[in-house]
Design a protein around this ligand. Structure first.
Ligand SMILES: NC(=O)c1ccc[n+]([C@@H]2O[C@H](COP(=O)([O-])OP(=O)(O)OC[C@H]3O[C@@H](n4cnc5c(N)ncnc54)[C@H](OP(=O)(O)O)[C@@H]3O)[C@@H](O)[C@H]2O)c1
Length: 234
């Protein structure tokens, strides 16, 4: 069955590859970007490969752009089956004892407040789906359990993804009654712009991990944190 799927921040990286794979599988996919030119270029690149995806401009830190995107999808589809909260940024990090408040606010604006704002705006459209799914792209660095055992730095990015994880758990519990699933997933250390292309996995390898948590069937999991083919510690 073809699903209506929105991937935030999908003009490049794992989000862009995910849009490609979902379109190849025949889904109605909304590629989304904060920069209209970059988004349309990404859409055109897929078109040259014979893939038709829809484009919607959305900056996850800009409430008006989120509501406009929601209006576009509501008008065209009347529902959203899957929301993939993929957009995120990383920053040059200072030690936890010397965090820059500006950097902390900037990163939380995109990685957490933005994700929450997108999610709450799209929940009415997810409720209109028979099998709504929210897939929050998190990170192993957001796992408090894993960081407690093996601390790997990046305190600001880690905190933003830990907040995403906490919010995902709350969503999963609250939205169960509506039949909406909410999970977090970490793609693993992937060679994208975010990692200055230092990641040890290819983009496609990262995409495949996320994909498993996007195309869930009716009896699929909720309230889980996926990593590769296993579950990650929250
Ligand atoms: N790569 C890894 O090793 C790794 C590991 C764990 C988790 N992750 C997570 O995987 C997801 C994808 O990351 P990636 O590695 O593919 O990074 P990426 O290549 O840097 O892509 C990030 C995407 O997010 C977009 N974005 C940033 N701020 C935005 C905003 N305010 N509004 C809308 N879009 C915005 C970027 O758009 P612009 O082009 O306009 O900047 C870009 O399209 C992120 O959630 C990241 O935290 C990645």
């Amino acid at each position: 069955m073809s699903k209506v799927i929105l991937v935030t921040g999908s003009n490049t990286g794992i989000g862009f590859d995910l849009v490609r794979v979902l379109a190849e599988k025949g889904h109605i996919v909304y590629l989304s970007a904060r920069n209209e030119a970059a988004g349309k270029e990404a859409q055109a690149n897929l078109k040259t490969d014979g893939l038709n995806v829809k484009f919607v401009r959305m900056d996850v830190t800009d409430h008006d752009s989120i509501t406009s995107a929601k209006d576009v999808i509501e008008e065209a589809e009347g529902k959203l089956d899957v929301l993939v909260n993929n957009a995120a940024i990383g920053i040059e990090e200072r030690p936890a004892a010397d965090i820059s408040m500006d950097a902390l606010r900037r990163l939380f604006d995109t990685n957490f407040f933005g994700l929450v704002q997108v999610t709450t705006t799209f929940i009415p459209l997810l409720r209109a789906s028979k099998e709504g799914v929210i897939t929050n792209v998190s990170s192993e660095l957001g796992s408090n359990g894993s960081q407690a055992q093996n601390h790997r730095g990046s305190p600001v990015y880690s905190a933003s993804k830990a907040a995403v994880n906490s919010y995902t758990i709350a969503l999963a519990h609250e939205l169960k009654k509506d039949g909406i699933k909410a999970n977090a997933v970490t793609p693993g250390y992937t060679a994208t712009r975010l990692t200055k292309f230092q990641g040890t996995q290819t983009i496609r390898e990262g995409t495949e991990v996320v994909l498993r948590w996007v195309l869930l069937d009716k009896d699929g999991p909720t309230g889980q944190f996926g990593i590769r083919e296993e579950l990650c510690q929250w």
